[in-house]
Design a protein around this ligand. Sequence first.
Ligand code: MLT
Ligand code: ZN
Length: 470
Amino acid sequence: VTHPFIAAVQAAAPNCRLACDATGMEPFLTDCRGIFRGDALCVASPSTTADVAAVVGAARAHGVAVVPQGGNTGLAGGATPMGRQPQVVLHLGRMRAIRRIDRVGMTLEAEAGCILQSAKEAAQEKGRLLPISFAAEGSATVGGMIATNAGGINALRYGTVRQQVLGLEAVMSDGSVLRAMSGLRKDNSGYDWKHWLIGSEGTLGIVTAAVLRLSPLPTQRHVAFVAVDSPAAALRLLERLQDSVGNALSAFELMSGTSVARVLQHQGGRLPLEQAGAWYVLLELSDQAAAQLGPQLEAELFAAMDAGDARDAAVADNLDQMRQFWALRENITEAERHVGRSFKHDVAVAVSAMPDFIERASAAVTALHADLSLNVFGHLGDGNVHFNVLAPDGLESLGERVHHVVHDVVAACEGSIAAEHGIGQYRVTELQRLKPPQEMAWMARVKRALDPENLLNPGKLLPAEQNHVA
Ligand code: MLT
Ligand code: ZN
């Protein structure tokens, strides 16, 4: 027999596609790494905001939980159903229109299922930059990156996704549509509710469309690959560049020597330097002005080498080389698949505390088990690294202890255990353990106010039962 929720959706939103069979649902029930798996009554794929509202309304009427899903590229299981209650995966991939680009207003309006890369290309065709870049941008969607407040390699200069969102349209837990799509740059006429939803991982409302801020399109880019002895040396290089070309610095990424070696071994590519380094920095400068950024970058790199802060450096000569340099960075996550299980940590600490964090966390992991290896890379300029711990077959069960020791160092450094990937279901217990109880209690109050029946992505970010605790 058909579940009454399914019948209700069919009646209220006949154009909403529904997959209720195992094969049709399969891709939506597991995350991209295959470590989380859940069950659902069906997968609903609406093509309009009104149909999203109809699905949420029917879900509420029948006590069905709603798990929103975009490109399913998340690394924290936030878009994968969990638990035993009846639930629907709400797939937004059919809502992919780019509704408008305003050149002089520098805004782009897109629906939630629009692929980030398509939005970037559309902006670029109009001579504008949508400054959000990360390895999964070919599949990640506008709605997903807003729900997780994604970071990526350009947050250093432009901020995270939160800073790019000027307007939002969302379906709230009661099935109503909240709309603030004028894209005003200044609006102090009340609570700025869009910020409740950004980074809320689908627990407070479902983003259906957004107005994104665009930036001027840079006319010159310079990419350098630099070997350094240590994260501390990398920070000295960062400080040097802040002094000279600071405004043009659009990426400053740290990679351990072993992370890059793993990419070369499993994904191919070529090291652009003569000798392997203990650590590498991949940095990018970009600008519109005709200023002599290239020669300035080379002068700074020579000065850094003279000062002993850099071992060796290569500057890409052309677009092809830029791509090759960046591939060494962007393939790091993919290369992990060849090694075994990756216990991921998405850590933020003060930029200046990063060398200390890396040293202490590395020592803690090594002390736990000698066969664990490290994959440390990420957005040093933002004080955010992916401190991933790789476990060979047989050591999968160490996960919880590894998370504990790494996150204890994060806490000792007054950092955050989720810088850009979110909490999802991966870090719920660790968040409970480490976030001050008072903050958790206020988060739970907000959740109860906006989703009193706990139907929006339950169990993600906050523990499933949290909502019902007085
Ligand atoms: C990255 O910076 O490459 C992404 O956040 C992906 C990852 O952490 O694996
Ligand atoms: Zn990252």
